[in-house]
Design a protein around this ligand. Structure first.
Ligand SMILES: *Cc1c(COP(=O)(O)O)cnc(C)c1O
Length: 463
């Protein structure tokens, strides 16, 4: 059979409230043209993020009823710990309320001012938590990762030569750890190859630098290795995942991604002495070490989710649905980051709207038009999110790329929803020459994309 079906039946549904174009225009204006300020009930298809938006299975809901809410020593913790040990292979397992709490505990334990932490690409909360300790976060992506239109199977790889050069330059003693983000969020979840994980691990081990994996989308990365890397076609995904982590000394994880849960995360390592310090900090801000800021039922949902996320039928469907969206957009001529990655398709808004200069925020225009056209909520990953504004002169500097991310929540939307997304993008593509730019009406000093307000410089949504 050529159709890869959703490998699940629907047993509980959540209605989508349909809206008219006029209602969407009104809602967008009321939100200051910032889709983060919309009420989610006004959204028809929500592609803002894949984080915490997964649909849970009947098994997960069943396990939640089993959740034991004992303050200390809950069996729910031991089930969670054993599942993490089995897949990730780390002895010490510290639950946290989400990924960034694991990051804060890890970095505030090992980083000091003057330290440097390299990664293929740091996620924004990872970077912020490193820099909050006075250390410096450095991105060392492979060069292929920076060219949106050029396909490459492992655009998430780290540049090993630059890592070696960095270690020579600053000295291993100033690098408390090295990170690898799998998949690399930049570019829609581009995978890291096993060869690259091995290579980075060898460089780190030769210099006595611990390697940590930011494991949020580990299952998607493992499956992309199976699909794309020689020698893994007949390896079980769980064994690929185990091998990936065998080269590392620890990991941070947001269970809101490949944990198939709506909240949760963990920090794991084999270093018992370090874990002791981390647990002390955990008790201070998150909770006792056997719950770490989560309810017992959340630990149960994650334990089951970590098992289900490695089912190969699920992963085949997951990667096929992202690929399906990417291929159909490409067929229309819509410029996207190639190839589509694990959890999202990125549209190149600078190429979609070449007549809109970067400082007129073409990604913001595309996001606004997607919402007006079909009630789809996407997110700008360009100058709004990453542009720099000179604090004294107010001069704006554009980001390196103007991308718009269409992130697919896990197990939430069906193929007809994806066909609808393609139709909405096609309608916006048809009338792209009549679409203009935006300017900021208000922006905060930091993380401005969440709360900014915008004004259009053209007549919005004119078909
Ligand atoms: C989401 C994410 C995090 C942070 O996790 P939260 O659960 O949102 O705190 C860290 N790294 C990556 C790659 C992520 O995608």
């Amino acid at each position: 059979m050529k159709t890869i079906i959703e490998p699940f039946r629907i047993k509980s549904v959540e209605p989508i409230r349909m809206t008219t174009r006029q209602q969407r225009l009104t809602a967008l204006q009321a939100a200051g043209h910032n889709v983060f300020m919309l009420h989610s009930q006004d959204v028809i298809i929500d592609l803002l993020t894949d984080s915490g938006t997964s649909a849970m299975s009947a098994e997960q809901w069943g396990a939640m009823m089993r959740g034991d809410e004992a303050y200390a020593g809950s069996p729910s913790y031991f089930r969670f710990r054993d599942r993490v040990r089995d897949i990730f292979g780390f002895e010490q397992v510290i639950p946290t309320h989400q990924g960034r709490a694991a990051e804060r505990i890890l970095f505030s334990t090992v980083c000091r001012p003057g330290h440097v932490v390299p990664s293929n690409t740091h996620f924004d909360t990872t970077r912020a938590n490193i820099e909050a300790t006075g250390a410096r976060a450095i991105d060392l992506p492979c060069p292929e990762g920076l060219v949106p239109g050029e396909p490459h199977p492992f655009k998430g790889n780290m540049d090993e030569a630059r890592l070696a050069a960095l270690i020579d330059e600053v000295g291993a003693e100033r690098i408390p750890l090295c990170m690898l983000t799998v998949t690399n969020n930049t570019g829609g979840g581009q995978p890291v190859s096993m060869a690259n994980i091995r290579g980075v691990s060898k460089i780190c081990r030769d210099h006595g630098i611990p390697l940590y994996v930011d494991a949020c989308r580990f299952a998607e990365n493992a499956y992309l290795i199976k699909l794309r890397e020689d020698g893994f076609q007949n390896t079980a995904v769980i064994d690929i995942a185990r091998e990936m982590f065998s080269y590392a000394d620890g990991c941070t994880m947001s269970a809101k991604k490949d944990g198939l849960a709506n909240i949760g995360g963990f920090l794991a390592t084999n270093d018992a002495r370090l874990a002791e310090q981390e647990r002390d900090l955990l008790i201070l801000t998150e909770g006792f070490p056997t719950y770490g800021g989560l309810a017992g039922r959340d630990l149960e949902a994650i334990a089951v989710g970590l098992d289900e996320v490695l089912h190969e039928d699920y992963l085949a469907y997951r990667l096929a649905s992202v690929r399906y969206l990417g291929e159909h957009l490409s067929e229309l001529g819509v410029p996207i980051m190639q190839p589509p990655g694990g959890h999202a398709v990125y549209v190149d808004a600078a190429a979609f709207l070449p007549h809109v200069p970067p400082l007129e925020l073409p990604g913001q225009s595309f996001v606004a038009e997607l919402f007006i056209e079909g009630g789809i909520r996407a997110v700008e990953v360009g100058t709004v999110m990453f542009g720099q504004r000179d604090a004294t002169s107010g001069q704006e500097h554009p980001a390196a790329m103007e991308l718009v991310r269409l992130a697919l929540p896990r197990r939430v939307y069906t193929q007809s929803h994806v066909d609808y997304i393609v139709e909405v993008v096609a309608a916006v593509w048809q009338r792209r020459t009549s679409i203009g730019g935006f300017r900021f009406a208000y922006q905060a000093a930091a993380l401005r994309h969440f709360t900014a307000r915008f004004e259009p410089l053209y007549a919005l949504g004119v078909a």
